[in-house]
Design a protein around this ligand. Structure first.
Ligand SMILES: [Zn+2]
Ligand SMILES: [Zn+2]
Length: 534
């Protein structure tokens, strides 16, 4: 029995783990890398055709966004997820495919002008559509026997509608191991989402550590604080820009803004307008308000029963087309704009940032984790006086707010409570889904509490009985190196990165080829590496 770490290993995005038992390979999550900061890109370090099943913890893109690529490259098995996750994936993956196609088109236009080869999208809408027939919607708390060596159950993780821990039982030669994958662990008291459950037993735990090094402010009244920012900004004639994950964070923001309006907290402009500028967020909000209401928490259900729509209020405007979105930039009426992507690395939000970042009277409100290397992180860190958007240098002069309390991730205290809830200490805890230092520190903290804890490296493989590594994995690129490489990230360098990614893909496609051919290929790559390794 083995476990491999193919993503979110000493970084936050790209969740992807693989267990092997009884000759079967099961992938847990298949997320997109955001910020591209491990230096390994989106290529899989395995052959998708060799995976038997996939289990998805929740619909967020960093846990699901490479499913279309997996199918495109030969995966043919079933993909198990909770019923709400399946519904949200339908939206999420179409949107992601659309973004991939648009970005490739955009980059190719520039490349064509420069005489360079065009860029193929990572995957297309056609690839995304091939994922949906493979989805198997599952209920919470029901054991699913995939085959004689693998069974599992979903337990509510309280992080997003449909989010789950995966409790998995692996059997090989009469040995049974229970492995729990935490996915993303939620926090108590979030609007609409149920509080996270706990798990009692596990032999092995693979747990996230996004906020493993800090605690959120628990006394923070999000509605009141948000109202203050809106009031102050609109009074100055500025806009409040909210980069927001289309699924989850956006609905939470709408919930708070409805409360702001109900409590009359923005006195100078009580009828302020709120533009929801994301087709994906619009579709997800509809799901939250209609099909998925059974999965909401009791408070939200009670609101609905008394005739209140938790996500609807006067002054909410839905922006449909990209043209309407651009037109918002010419309208000088102070307003609130909620748009995606949440980490500002794609989508319509980038236009709004271009038109508002340089205006000192405006404000940008972040509500979710910003991964290293994303534009959102660069802005939140406040280390730059300008950013590059659509080939233009844009000064950062507006107010920047980071509402960490809105994060639906457990903080350090929550994570420790979650792991200490197990009746008996698991034999081993693998700490993942956190930045390099955070993973290492959180693992050390667990070791101090007498746990066996490991912060595995990217592509490392461990024995699930002895916890000895078969392969130690690859060292992440150091941040200082990355910063240097970021500065010289010229289009030609990017092309080189893509060429490298393609090489990895070509290698995986040659698996099973004749030894002589493979050796020749390896010799050629070695020769090339030797030439350029300086
Ligand atoms: Zn998540
Ligand atoms: Zn995540």
């Amino acid at each position: 029995m083995k476990i491999s770490f193919f993503g979110a290993a000493r970084e936050v995005t790209g969740s992807c783990f693989c267990v092997e038992a009884g000759g079967k390979r099961v992938l847990i999550d298949c997320g997109l890398q955001q910020g591209g900061h491990n230096g390994f890109g989106q290529a899989f370090p395995f052959h998708p055709g060799e995976i038997d099943y996939v289990v998805i913890t929740h619909a967020h893109i960093d846990h699901s966004g490479r499913l279309p690529l997996l199918v495109k490259q030969g995966f043919k098995g079933s993909i198990y997820a909770t019923e709400p996750t399946c519904k949200l994936l339908d939206l999420m993956l179409r949107d992601s495919a659309h973004i991939q196609e648009l970005e490739a088109l955009w980059s190719s236009r520039k490349k064509r002008r420069a005489g360079d080869p065009v860029i193929e999208p990572l995957y297309t809408m056609e690839d995304a559509l091939k994922v949906f027939p493979l989805l198997v919607p599952c209920s919470y708390s029901k054991t699913i026997n995939i085959d004689e060596s693998v069974s599992f159950m979903f337990t509510d993780a309280g992080h997003l509608l449909g989010s789950a821990y995966v409790e998995m039982w692996l059997t090989e030669k009469d040995i049974v191991k229970k492995v729990v994958f935490s996915g993303d662990i939620g926090t108590d008291g979030h609007p609409m989402i149920r509080n996270p459950d706990y798990v009692d037993e596990a032999d092995v735990v693979v747990m996230e550590s996004t906020y493993g090094d800090r605690n959120h402010e628990h006394s923070f009244d999000t509605t009141a604080e948000l109202a203050k920012v809106i009031e102050n900004t609109l009074a100055k004639g500025g806009n409040v820009i909210c980069p927001s994950f289309a699924i989850g964070r956006t609905q939470e923001l709408l919930y708070h803004i409805r409360e702001v309006k109900e409590r009359g907290l923005v006195r100078s402009m009580p009828d302020f307008l709120v533009y929801l500028d994301s087709p994906l967020a619009k579709a997800a909000t509809k799901l939250y308000s209609e099909e998925l209401t059974d999965y909401l928490n009791d408070e939200a259900k009670a609101l609905i029963q008394t005739g209140v729509q938790p996500l609807a209020f006067d002054g909410l405007r839905i922006v449909e087309t990209a043209e309407d979105s651009k037109r918002l930039n010419d309208d000088r009426t102070p307003k609130v704009i909620i748009s995606s992507s949440g980490m500002c690395d794609a989508g319509r939000i980038r236009h709004h940032l271009k038109h508002n970042l340089w205006r000192s009277e405006c404000a940008v409100v972040f509500t979710g984790f910003q991964a290293l290397g994303t534009l959102g992180r660069i802005i939140v860190d406040g280390v730059v006086s300008s950013v590059s958007l659509f080939g233009e240098e844009i000064a950062v002069r507006c107010q920047i707010h980071n509402f960490r309390s809105m994060s639906s991730h457990a903080d350090r205290e929550d994570l420790l409570r979650w792991i200490n809830h197990y009746k008996k200490k698991p034999e081993c805890v693998f700490v993942v889904h956190g930045e390099d230092q955070t993973c290492k520190n959180f693992a050390l903290r667990l070791i101090e509490q007498d746990y066996k804890a490991i912060a595995p490296k990217y592509t490392s493989i461990y024995d699930l009985e002895t916890f000895e590594p078969f392969f130690e994995g690859k060292e992440l690129v150091r941040r200082s190196d990355l910063e240097r490489s970021e500065r010289r990230d010229s289009p030609v360098f990017q092309r080189l990165m893509f060429a490298g990614m393609r090489l990895v893909e070509v290698i995986s496609r040659n698996k099973g080829g004749a030894n002589k051919e493979l050796a020749k290929f390896a010799d050629q790559i070695d020769a090339l590496s030797n030439k350029w390794d300086r």
